[in-house]
Each structure stands twice: as C-alpha cells, then as structure tokens.
Design a protein around this ligand. Structure first.
Ligand code: NAD
Ligand code: IPM
Ligand code: MN
Length: 350
C-alpha cells in the first residue's frame, strides 16, 4: 500500500523521518513510501506550493502522511503561492471535509499540562472540525480600496446545509461509539452561518436519540476547555473555530507536538490525509528539538482509518505511551530528549 510522504517545511521533515521509521518497523513490506515536496519546499522545487506531481502522487496513494508547511521566507509571496496553500489545496482537491483531532491525556504526562493535574485528568475528547468550507473558502474575499481611499479586506463566512449535515452525522456516529455526548460549537447568537449550523444539527439529532446533544457558543467553549476539559467527548464545529480550539485542546494534554489528525472524506475511512496539528515551527526548525509524537500518532491514525491495520495502529499507540512512561520528554514536554531519540524511544518500546 502506497503512502505519499509530504514532509514540507521547517520541522516537517524532522518529524516525518521519525514517523517513517516507526511505520516501517511496524508494517514492514505491507507499506511503501513515495516522497514529494510541498509548501515552501514545493515552491523552491517547482515554483508552486502544491506542484502538480505532488498532487498526482497524493491522488494515487492509499493515504497521505503530511508534515507541516510554512516558511517565513515565503510570507511576502502573493497568497496563491504561499506554503499554506499546499495544505488548503490538498484538503479541497481531495475533498477532505472531515478533520478528526483527538486530544487524550496520557497519564504519564500529568505534569506536562499547564492545567492542574486534577483538571487535566481524564481528558479524552475529539474535535471534529469541518475542513473545506467556512470563511476559509467562502467567496467573495479580497482586498480593495474604498471610494474614500481606505484599504479594506473582506472574507465570507458561509456554510450550506449539506456541509453541516455531513459533519453533524460524523459527530453523532462517533459519539455513538464513544461516551455518547456531542457538543456542537457555534456562534449562533451573532452569526447567520452559525444559526443554520445549529438548526441542521438539531434536525440530525432526531436520528440519534441515544446521543446527548448540547450546543455551546465558541467563546464559552474556549473557556470550558480550560475549566473542565474532561467534560467533553465529541465536539463538532466549523473550520475556523475548530482550528483555534484544537490548538488550545493540545495544550490541555501537554503540548501541541502531541496531537495527531485525520482528514477524511468519509469518516469510515478510504483515502485520507494524516498530519500533526502543529505547523512548521520555524523557531525550533533544524535543531532536533521538535516533538515527533503527533506525527507518529498521525501515522497510527492512518493505519487505522485508511489501511485497515488496526493491530499495527494499536501497537504504535502503546509504544508511544511506553516511551513516555520510560521518561522520554522532548523540550516542549519539559525534557531534553531530541527528535531522533524520541523516535528511538518509540522504536525501543515496540
Ligand atoms: P506552529 O504550530 O508552527 O508553532 C507554534 C509554537 O509551537 C512554536 O513555538 C513551536 O516551536 C511550537 N511547536 C509546534 N510544533 C511543535 C513540535 N512538534 N514540537 C515542539 N514544539 C512545537 O505555529 P506558528 O508558529 O503559528 O506557525 C508557523 C508556520 O506554520 C506558519 O507558516 C503557519 O502558517 C504554519 N502552519 C502550518 C500548519 C500545517 O502545515 N498544517 C499548521 C499550523 C501552522
Ligand atoms: C492547521 C493549520 C492550517 C489551518 C493552516 C496552515 C492553513 O493551522 O492545519 O491547523 O488553518 O487549517
Ligand atoms: Mn491550526
């Protein structure tokens, strides 16, 4: 089974290298890799953040394992050439509308969370983030100069009911298989987009009488996430709110370097893109300081959702817990373990 390996920029190649070693150790010749440039690396290699050959590889592969994109040297480029367009383009081109971002507390890491241990204890939530709509993709958008000569920028927040319905169904189906609690996060007190979101979620809820549904405004959700994070089971939310809340949830369980994600077009699997939720971390790139566990755990999600290798996925997850139990800690977790040595610790635990 072919895996498209897209390391990208900054710490992307460093964390992808460790995930590759772990996946190879667990899966042997059941999987093979083909690598291609994306982001700033894509721009440098082929003049575009998502070169055609890279996109073709992603479409050919069974799954995509993605590092991170973003390069300060490219921030001056026009928007369509910026590294971030690579990941947005892949999501759109591959139709990956559902983004699962689980945040689970490893008991070994109780001391790494910035929350008090009794608050962080037992966090086990998954954010289901809509990924191909919202203000990220709504039109019109742009910059212009008004009649009075002032510059303005504008974006369009937009959802249609089908986009909301499929995310709602995804959230309910997941909740049904978990603790049967679904929290829908919106801003329906202010936004029309959110009122439609809430209306559709309520309609879908009729098919799931066993799942307890609650609605929460996003500002309150941000607060509740640090007040009582263990309250949450499955959260469904739009693209922008999900982006923000998932970075916050990562810190509740210890570090942004820990959180994996799966981007799917059908929550039951098939082709998917797997990536840690963090970015290219230019501040620590090239120093061997990056935590590779979010990428390694993304590899495990890939095995489970796209490759039907559940046992192998569970092996990787158990090895990560064991590596942490052995005391391995990268700098973000308060330790001195290097990226490579963290990979080694997972390999040793396997
Ligand atoms: P970031 O996630 O790259 O970094 C935020 C902070 O977290 C930094 O201090 C960084 O050092 C730290 N961090 C991130 N990942 C880490 C890891 N694995 N181990 C240890 N520490 C880690 O976010 P940013 O600084 O806002 O953005 C940097 C670039 O990444 C930007 O160009 C941004 O657009 C891009 N970005 C890309 C993705 C993606 O590829 N999916 C996601 C987020 C940001
Ligand atoms: C993420 C990132 C991306 C997003 C950026 C790089 C386009 O922050 O995957 O969380 O906003 O979706
Ligand atoms: Mn983000």
């Amino acid at each position: 089974m072919l895996i498209a390996l897209l390391p990208g920029d900054g710490i992307g190649p460093e964390v992808i290298a460790e995930a590759r070693r772990v996946l190879t150790a667990v899966c042997g010749n059941k999987i093979s890799f083909e690598e291609a440039p994306v982001g700033g690396a894509g721009y440098k290699a082929a003049g575009h953040p998502l070169p055609q050959e890279t996109l073709d590889l992603a479409k050919r592969a069974r799954a995509v394992l993605f590092g991170a994109v973003g390069d300060p040297a490219c921030d001056g480029l026009e928007r369509r050439l910026r590294p971030e367009q690579a990941i947005l383009g892949l999501r759109k081109e591959l139709g990956l509308w559902a983004n699962l971002r689980p945040a689970t507390m490893f008991p070994e890491l109780a001391d790494a969370s910035t929350l008090r241990p009794e608050v962080a204890k037992g966090i086990d939530l998954v954010i289901v983030r809509e990924l191909t709509g919202d203000v990220y993709f709504g039109t019109p958008r742009g910059r212009r100069t008004t009649e009075t000569g002032r510059r303005e920028g504008f974006d369009t927040m937009r959802y249609d009911e089908d986009e909301v319905r499929r995310i709602a169904i995804t959230g309910f189906e997941m909740a049904k298989r978990r603790r049967k609690r679904l929290c829908s996060v919106d801003k329906a007190n202010v936004l029309e987009t959110s009122q439609l979101w809430r209306d559709v979620v309520i309609e879908v809820s009729a098919d799931y009488p066993d799942v307890q549904l609650e609605h929460m405004y996003v500002d309150n959700a941000a607060m509740q996430l640090v007040r009582a994070p263990a309250h949450f089971d499955v959260i469904i939310t739009g693209n922008l709110f999900g982006d923000i809340l998932s970075d916050q949830a990562s810190m509740c369980v210890g570090s942004i370097g820990l959180l994996p994600s799966a981007s799917l077009r059908d929550w039951r699997g098939a082709l998917g893109l797997y990536e840690p939720i963090h970015g290219s971390a230019p501040d620590i790139a090239g120093q061997g300081k990056a935590n590779p566990l979010g990428t390694i755990l993304s590899g495990a999600m890939m095995l489970r959702h796209s490759l039907d290798l559940d046992d192998e996925a569970a092996k990787i997850e158990a090895a990560v817990a064991k590596a942490l139990a052995s005391g391995a800690r990268t700098a973000d977790l308060g330790g001195t373990t290097s990226t490579r040595d963290m990979g080694e610790a997972v390999l040793a635990a396997l």
